[in-house]
Each structure stands twice: as structure tokens, then as C-alpha cells.
Design a protein around this ligand. Structure first.
Ligand code: ADQ
Length: 473
């Protein structure tokens, strides 16, 4: 009887994420086009949806009424509406003003507002309702990220027949920090509606299990949490990755190679080219990086005429005050360094506050001798992996110990970005390393990245989900 009440078109695999994998583009003549958004998640999902009946639930990116569901790349896309107030309360408010700073070690003080919390719950319910409608009997629903932590339990209440998984793209904080969150128990209960929870690092899964142990009346044995009603959830690390072969291929195309050479030429063919690529976010350690580079110029350890630094900082969450603040700090510091040290017509620091096509990103990676990835906290950091996939020879990676990537890329120049002296030393070690040392380190890191790509991540996640609460064989 229940089966008959389901709508006709249902799907075996449903992905739920805050955003749909497409961006709306309006042409000058008014025609609307949906363009596939760049990024690994979309690629990974394409690979697991091949040959399956798949749907994706998410917000279109525009406030107001949602467009009608539509098909794109063999996937059913199901837009969830968000009003302008909901964007500001659920997305900018609770997701990015409360959870994001709290889960990233309180680098910025989180703000808690009851109105934001209420909107978060309401939107999670909206996503759960949409998934309940779309998922086929016994199907799989894979929920993505910190914006949808209450959705699993809400969905299980309606559809106990489903296999439910959730993946956290950002860190999960230590219980001492997580405890600050108002109504923290309901978020844990929300997640425990899932069968399997995937985290970037073992430490994140451990933090989650520990929060359950300390804050809930749940039994935690090994990596499994069991609720009084008997439902069991397994939590484990499934580190995300990139479409490594696609980046490697892109970096060997003649166009990208020529562009990489051109970038170096435009900078006056520097002896050393350093690169940073980040969303302009206070978690990424851009300020600490600039401080270190500025001091190295100041002390004469680096010559601003022959060592250049490109910092790409993608505009992000620009309506939030903390983001306006970090932007002005970064821009002032770049101005100061260039004012103090740049030769005429050849800035020491090239600062780019905009998005670029994949080809240009690949050319930048290829052009750079040293990649500076120095977040104060980062779930994984895909840029580190992209740099490695783009380099089939030398190149050096300076990598913060506070990234998920540091658990996999042991041959990077690992560093503590809070310690400016240590950071400066790591940068100098990377710059001065002999080519054979760099080649050896790069080979090892490349092996890791090329064999652990995003397609494998998606398959690993789904295998874990299918077996949960047991471990897959
Ligand atoms: P992000 O915090 O957005 O992701 P990251 O993992 O570095 O960080 O991914 C950024 C992506 O955007 C990379 O693919 C990068 O190449 C691209 N990009 C950055 N600047 C760009 C620009 N100006 N133009 C074009 N492309 C640009 C969150 C978490 C991370 C986690 C990922 C995936 O914060 O820790 O690694 O999700 O789980």
C-alpha cells in the first residue's frame, strides 16, 4: 500500500547537498542556461551515477521560487527553494556564522541566534521531505556536509526503508568546542539517523564518536553508535580527493604548458615562483602566509626581484562581516608588501581576487615551483592534491598540519602556520631543496593522489554505506 503512494518517478540513488551541481546563467537575450559547476564532487557523483538512476536535491543559488525539476547529464535535478530570509538565516547564519567557525576551531568567534537555528531545522526538514518523495523503495540517499546535519534522522522517520549516508566535508570539532553549540544533542541525533557517517580524517570521526559518548545516552562501541531503539550508525574516515587523472591530463596539454610558461614570463621569469590558491576565508591562513613571505622579503632571505608570489583568493561569502574583515586585512597586507619591496613594474605579490577556468588554474599550478597551503584548519584541502596531480617532476608543497591532506601527504613540507618562524623555515626549506629531493618527495605524493582519486572516494563511501554498521570486507 505504501509503495503505491510513492510518486511514479523515484530514484535508486539520491544525493542531497546544499547546492545543486549547476549554476544558472542568464544570457543577454534572456535565455536561461544551467551550466555544470566545476568541482570534484560533481565529477565523483557522475562516476557513481553512471548506469544508475540518480537524482540530486539542492538549492539553485537564487533566492525565491525554485525552478521546476529538470534533467541534466543523465541526472534528475530537483531544486529546493530558499527565500531571501532563509538564505540569510539558514545558509549565511547558522551554517556559515555558527557551524563553520565552530567546526574550524573557533578561529573566528561563532555567533548563535535562535532564529538561525530555527531556519536550519526548517530547511533540513524541507530537504528530508524532498528526498522522501524522490527515493525509490530501499534506495540510497547520500547527504552532503554541515548544512544538512539534521536531515538524516528526519528522513529516517519518514522512510525507514532507505540506506542513509552523510559525508562531512569540513572538520568535526573536539567535544570541548562542539559542546558550545546550542541544542547540540539534536544535531548529533540528526546525524545518528544515518547508517554511515563519513569524515575526512580518523580524528574527525573520533571527535564525533566522543561527542556521542559524552553528550548522549548512546552506547559507543568501537566506531559504532547504537541508540536505545537499536538503530546503529558507523562513523569512519573516507578522505575525499580530486579527479586526479583529469588534472594530470590538463596539465600536459600544449595550451596549458604554453600558458604556464607565459605566466612565468609575465612575471619576468622569476627564479622562484610561489603560489597560494584559496577561497578568501579566515580558515585558510592567508594572513599568516603573507606575514611569513613579507618577513622573508624584509630580511633579504627572498629577493623580491627574483622570487615572486601569486595569491589567488576567490571571492566567498561576501555578505558576512568576518569575510569582509579578512578581505580588507589581506588586501592591506598585499599592498604593504608590494609598497615596501616591489621593483617598479614587477610586483613581488600578484593578488587575484576572482575565479578562473580550470585551464588557467592548471597553468598556475604548473608554473609554480612552491605551493603554499597553510590553513589554520581545513577539512581536506583539494588545492594541495591538485598541485601534485599537475606536477609530474619537481615542485614543492608547503602544507599545514591542520589540513586533512596532511594525513595523506607526509612528504610535503609540513608546517604549523601559527608559528611564523617555523612557517618561514618551511618555505625556505622548500625553496632551497635540491631537485632530486623534490622529485623523490613529489613521486611519493603523486602515487598517493593518483591512486586515491575522487572516483575511488565515492565508491569507498558507498561500499561503507552498503555494509554499515559492519565494516566492508
Ligand atoms: P573549500 O574550502 O572550498 O572546500 P578546497 O578543498 O581547497 O576548499 O577546494 C577549493 C576548490 O576550488 C579547488 O578545486 C580549487 O582549485 C578551486 N578554486 C579555488 N580558487 C579558485 C579560483 N579562483 N578559480 C577557480 N577555481 C578555484 C571544502 C572544505 C575542504 C574540502 C573540500 C572538499 O573546506 O577542506 O577539501 O570542501 O571536501
Amino acid at each position: 500500500k505504501e509503495l503505491c503512494s510513492l510518486p511514479k518517478e523515484t530514484f535508486d540513488l539520491v544525493i542531497a547537498a546544499n547546492r545543486l551541481p549547476v549554476d544558472r546563467v542568464v544570457h543577454p537575450d534572456g535565455e536561461v542556461e544551467w551550466r555544470r559547476s566545476p568541482g570534484g564532487l560533481v565529477t565523483a557523483m557522475e562516476s557513481v551515477m553512471r548506469g544508475r538512476d540518480g537524482a540530486w536535491i539542492g538549492w539553485s543559488g537564487d533566492p525565491g521560487e525554485a525552478p521546476e525539476p529538470f534533467r541534466e547529464d543523465d541526472m534528475q535535478l530537483h531544486p529546493v527553494p530558499l527565500s531571501a530570509d532563509e538564505v540569510s538565516d539558514y545558509y549565511e547564519g547558522f551554517s556559515n556564522g555558527s557551524l563553520w567557525p565552530l567546526y574550524h576551531d573557533v578561529i573566528v568567534q561563532p555567533t548563535f541566534k535562535r532564529r538561525w537555528r530555527a531556519a536550519y531545522e526548517r530547511i533540513n526538514k524541507r530537504f528530508a521531505d524532498a528526498a522522501a518523495d524522490l527515493a525509490a523503495e530501499g534506495g540510497t540517499v547520500w547527504v552532503q556536509d554541515y548544512q544538512l546535519q539534521e536531515m538524516p534522522a528526519m528522513l529516517r522517520a519518514q522512510r525507514p526503508d532507505l540506506r542513509l549516508g552523510w559525508f562531512n566535508h569540513i572538520p568535526f570539532p573536539p567535544v570541548e568546542l562542539f559542546m558550545q553549540l546550542p541544542a547540540r544533542e539534536s544535531l548529533l541525533h540528526g546525524l545518528l539517523g544515518a547508517d554511515f557517517l563519513g569524515f575526512q580524517r580518523k580524528a574527525d570521526a573520533y571527535n564525533f564518536l566522543n561527542a556521542c559518548r559524552q553528550l548522549l545516552a548512546a552506547s559507543v562501541k568501537g566506531d559504532v553508535v547504537r541508540l536505545p531503539d537499536g538503530h546503529a550508525t558507523r562513523a569512519a574516515a573516507v578522505p575525499i580527493s580530486i579527479d586526479a587523472q583529469a588534472m594530470a591530463d590538463l596539465a600536459t596539454t600544449p595550451g596549458v604548458k604554453a600558458r604556464a610558461a607565459e605566466i612565468r614570463e609575465q612575471l619576468g621569469n622569476p627564479e622562484h615562483l610561489m603560489l597560494g590558491v584559496d577561497r578568501l576565508d579566515y580558515t585558510k591562513g592567508i594572513r599568516h602566509r603573507l606575514k611569513a613571505v613579507g618577513e622573508l622579503y624584509q630580511e633579504g632571505a627572498l629577493d623580491p626581484a627574483t622570487t615572486k608570489f601569486i595569491q589567488v583568493a576567490t571571492p566567498s561569502r561576501e555578505r558576512l562581516e568576518a569575510y569582509q574583515h579578512i578581505r580588507s586585512q589581506v588586501e592591506r597586507t598585499v599592498g604593504q608588501i608590494n609598497g615596501d619591496h616591489s621593483p617598479i613594474g614587477a610586483p613581488a605579490v600578484t593578488y587575484l581576487h576572482r575565479s578562473f577556468p580550470r585551464e588557467e588554474m592548471a597553468a598556475l599550478f604548473l608554473a609554480a615551483d612552491v605551493m603554499l597551503v597553510t590553513p589554520l584548519r581545513d577539512g581536506m584541502n583539494l588545492v594541495a592534491k591538485e598541485y601534485i596531480a599537475a606536477h609530474d617532476g619537481t615542485g614543492a608543497l608547503v602544507l599545514s598540519e591542520f589540513t586533512g591532506a596532511a594525513s595523506e601527504l607526509k612528504q610535503a613540507y609540513l608546517t604549523n602556520p601559527h608559528d611564523i618562524s617555523a612557517l618561514k623555515q618551511s618555505i625556505m626549506n622548500a625553496i632551497q631543496a635540491p631537485p632530486d629531493v623534490l622529485a623523490r618527495r613529489m613521486r611519493a605524493m603523486r602515487r598517493q593522489v593518483m591512486t586515491h582519486d575522487v572516483q575511488r572516494w565515492a565508491e569507498d563511501f558507498l561500499t561503507n554505506l552498503a555494509a554499515a554498521p559492519e565494516r566492508p570486507r
